[in-house]
Design a protein around this ligand. Structure first.
Ligand code: ADP
Ligand code: MN
Ligand code: MN
Ligand code: MN
Length: 416
């Protein structure tokens, strides 16, 4: 069942009928929504109670599998099932499952079943055990009962881009920026309520100190959980706006970049649930004032880019990406127009430009890559809430196109 405002109001009405002694000047609907906003999940912070249950042994040869999928708005959802250990040993052995798509806007009410197909297994960092077996997180994608990918299954489309091109050995390194808020969803961590920090951007990026770094324990916990899960998380850092943080996933090969990043987002949200901190991937959570937005910079290389003469291959790829700039922008995340303004280490959304070591460019070639004549490039345009399957699949399609490419030289932002 969908939990919506009407359901809360209904519950509130019946509560008032049966429990008039709780009547107060505030309506029950207000009280209930306040409870949902601020108290939900608080019991997770009581370690003594949780430990009592977490210490119980599992039945023999039994594991818990948390099936995770991407919902209609790009968030992750999940549900758990109990399985015999051998059925959770590989993606092939894991059974398909289903969920009520009418509750997630992913299927009509009269034909509501959506099928979950396991794609990738990780260790479950939220249910560790020490009896020689592992509980698992299972990244899934979504199909109709007839076996067709549902419209929000962007993984299936990306697979078409990567399949039969394995010999390109494309790698992606995704930089996931995110912003942490108090549960009011208005006050970023470290900000005064209703106001702004009294110091501008500058001291917060890669910072230390209680006046500079807000949310380190969340990033750190997420980092450990991702490593335990088997995610190829390559690092973290504090970001430019106070309350903003970043981690990187990769390099990962082809479709695995999307699978790993999506699962890392799931883990991030689970960690924030435990800390009772609100995490948003919105690309411009604070529009007023002089504050950086949040992106998902996408670092890319193919085998030939990493080999001798790779820089020429990279330049050709950049030319092709430039020719399709608007097509890429259209699928690089919602709200990205608020971020890609040409200020705050971004390039303007209307113009494509690229440069060496230029953080104001659409695409950046690192100094090492230029010096060595091979390596990778960074597409700085995708927003933090972009779908990694769409972004990686789109880049793959564009750079694999067989089109004539003129010789090009990197441009500085000023002349682009
Ligand atoms: P930035 O300097 O832009 O902040 P980061 O260090 O945050 O860069 O992220 C760089 C990402 O690029 C990392 O995830 C890293 O693993 C990835 N990366 C490194 N080499 C390659 C490569 N050859 N191809 C693709 N990604 C790469
Ligand atoms: Mn980075
Ligand atoms: Mn960054
Ligand atoms: Mn970057």
């Amino acid at each position: 069942m969908k939990l919506n405002i009407a359901a809360i109001a209904l519950f509130a009405a019946s509560a008032s009928a049966f429990a008039p002694r709780f009547a107060s000047p505030r309506s029950h609907a207000t009280v209930l929504s306040a409870v949902l906003e601020e108290r939900t999940g608080q019991s997770q912070l009581d370690p003594a109670v949780i430990e009592r249950y977490a210490a119980l042994p599992y039945p023999d040869d039994t594991v818990l599998a948390e099936y995770v999928w991407v919902d209609a708005v790009g968030n992750t959802r999940s549900k758990t099932r109990t399985l015999p250990a051998k059925k959770a040993a590989s993606v092939e052995a894991l059974p398909k499952w289903n969920f009520d798509g009418s509750s997630t806007d992913q299927a009509p009410g009269d034909d509501s079943e959506v099928i979950l197909r396991p794609c990738r297994i990780f260790k479950d960092p939220f249910r560790p055990r020490n009896d020689g077996l592992d509980n698992v997180l299972v990244m899934c994608d979504c199909y109709t009962p007839n076996g067709e990918a549902i419209p929000t299954n962007h993984r299936a489309k990306a697979m078409e881009s990567f399949e039969s091109r394995e010999d390109e050995e494309i790698w992606f390194g995704l930089e996931q920026e995110f912003t942490l808020f108090n549960l009011d969803k208005r006050t970023p961590l470290g900000w005064p309520e209703g106001g702004m920090p009294n110091r501008p951007q500058g001291p917060y990026y890669c910072s230390v100190g209680p006046e500079n770094n807000f949310g380190r324990h969340i990033t750190e916990s997420m980092y450990r959980a991702c490593l335990y899960a088997g995610i190829n998380i390559s690092g973290t850092n504090g970001e430019v706006m106070p309350g903003q943080q970043e981690y990187q996933v990769g390099p990962c090969v082809g479709i695995d970049a999307g699978d790993q990043l999506m699962m890392s987002r799931y883990i991030l949200q689970r960690v924030c649930e435990d800390f009772q901190v609100y995490c948003t991937l919105h690309p411009k959570p604070i529009v007023d004032g002089d504050w950086n937005g949040a992106g998902m910079h996408t670092n890319v290389s193919t085998k030939s880019m990493r080999e001798e003469g790779g820089l020429e291959v990279i330049k050709k790829a950049i030319y092709k990406l430039g020719a399709k700039h608007l097509e890429h922008i259209a699928v690089y995340g919602e709200g990205n127009e608020l971020r890609l303004t040409g200020k705050h280490e971004t390039a303007s959304m209307d113009k494509f430009c690229y440069g060496v070591a230029n953080r104001g460019a659409s695409i950046r070639i690192g100094r090492d890559t230029e010096a060595e004549g091979k390596g990778y490039f960074e597409d700085r345009r995708p927003s933090s809430n972009a779908d990694p399957y769409i972004v990686t699949g789109k880049i793959m399609n564009t750079i694999m196109e067989d089109v004539e490419v003129p010789d090009i030289a990197p441009m500085d932002k000023a002349v682009a």
